[in-house]
Design a protein. Sequence first.
Length: 182
Amino acid sequence: MSQFRIAVVVGSLRKDSFNRQLANALARLAPPDLVFEQVEIGNLPLYNQDDDANTPEVVLKFKEKIQSAQGVLFVTPEYNRSIPGVLKNALDQGSRPYGTNAWAGKPAGVIGISIGAIGTALAQQHLRNVLVFLDMPTLQQPEAFLHAKEGFFDADGGIGAGSKDFLQNWVNRYAAWVRKNQ
């Protein structure tokens, strides 16, 4: 059986963010042929086209991690009804300079959790718009707009009983999407 390395991009910098917790919990639901690896984005400098001729080493290493992955899972909060600036910067860094798009062709999954009643619906839609341009085939269904409430995570950091079946199905569908798009 071959293994698929999934680059997990968490759109929050906070160490104990709900979305980082979600990323960790989803990794526990992954089938054995998917290996989830979080890729740091908080250390990337702000994208500046003036740097294209001399791309910083941290950006080159980031792009290498994306390019070597067989899929990308975006786990993002919603900030001001859109994606966080740090995530947009990572998307820009990974796609520049022109002609060196590390994201192209990578099967993507988009998910997020928030304390708001609509979860991260608007952030996910904005992110999907960007992913179309970046040429990332993105899992469309099922959508997962998760509401962080008591009991969502269990005491061990996994998904609580009320949401576990739904998210297991989501992870299984994403895994099938990755396999299909290789």
